[in-house]
Write a protein that binds this ligand. Structure first.
Ligand SMILES: C[S@@+](CC[C@H](N)C(=O)[O-])C[C@H]1O[C@@H](n2cnc3c(N)ncnc32)[C@H](O)[C@@H]1O
Length: 259
């Protein structure tokens, strides 16, 4: 389990920051999968340092709740207040919101951290209004991207894949929680283009769970080789990768109670 109240909490702001344009690309992509009406109330579940939370308030024009268990991550989010955003201490397994209180739930790279993902998704269903949608931005073990920097860390690909469930297993969990998964995975290209040096600088904060699970000497040696390449060829523009997202709907019919 990754401790976001420890080193990761401090590294996250520096190593995973998003520019405003990038935030807008994400929220614009989310808008294609939610009901058309505005305002929409949103829960950002596992909101972390609030990278996307104020952007959700701008895009969807309703109340936004950022629910986050780590005090350190939540405190960082609260440094940038927004009049329509409320941060709450809590976790997916026991969401501190009433039944049928939001139209959209975003889980942005948080789902794989839930200790009890089925209970988490049951809670997502409970807080969603009928017809509401959950946007599950996650990786799938059988659809992992071939990231260029895996070349520096021989075990990283395997370590990353082990953190995630397959698409079929994820859909099965959603179904068991009473949520209807979309037939296809949505692919989103919202990430900023960055040079090799910029990529190195971001990754060297080690604000990715991957590095928490790799042997320390592999991390050290990998970053030494990565640093040397970034020094040699700093301006090379590196590839961006499509992100995967699964859309889950809370059915609006009456006969939809989860088993
Ligand atoms: C990789 S970070 C992503 C944060 C944010 N969504 C973002 O993209 O910037 C994962 C977050 O999930 C949170 N988390 C861990 N366990 C959780 C749980 N059971 N319920 C909700 N969030 C959880 C962590 O504290 C952390 O802030």
């Amino acid at each position: 389990m990754v401790n976001y109240d420890g080193r990761m909490g401090a590294a996250y702001v520096a190593g995973r920051a998003m520019a405003q344009d990038e935030v807008r690309r994400w929220t614009g992509a989310f808008a294609e999968h939610v009901p058309d009406r505005r305002p929409l109330d949103v829960l950002d579940l596992g909101s972390g340092v609030g990278r996307l939370t104020p952007g959700l308030a701008e895009e969807f024009q309703g109340r936004v709740y950022g629910v986050e268990p780590s005090d350190r991550m939540r405190a960082a989010a609260e440094q940038a207040p927004h009049p329509n955003v409320t941060y709450l201490k809590g976790a997916a397994e026991d969401i501190p919101l009433p039944e049928a209180s939001v139209d959209v739930v975003l889980m942005f790279l948080s789902f794989h951290h839930f200790p009890d993902p089925l209970q988490g998704l049951r809670e997502v269903r409970r807080v969603l209004r009928p017809g509401g949608v959950a946007l599950l931005r996650t990786q799938f073990s059988d659809l992992m991207p071939d990231l260029f920097w895996y070349a520096y860390f021989p075990s990283a690909r395997e370590v990353d894949a082990a953190m995630y469930r397959s698409l079929a297993a994820t859909k099965a969990l959603a179904g068991a929680a009473g949520l209807t998964p979309g037939a296809d995975v949505v692919r989103i290209a919202a990430e900023e283009w960055r040079t090799l040096r910029q990529r190195y600088e971001r990754l060297s904060h080690r604000a990715l769970s991957t590095f928490e699970h790799l042997p320390p000497d592999e991390v050290e040696q990998g970053f030494a080789r990565f640093a040397a390449d970034a020094e040699r060829d700093p301006d090379r523009v590196m590839p961006v990768y499509d992100a995967t997202m699964l859309v889950l709907t809370r059915p609006s019919g009456l006969l939809t109670r989860p088993r």
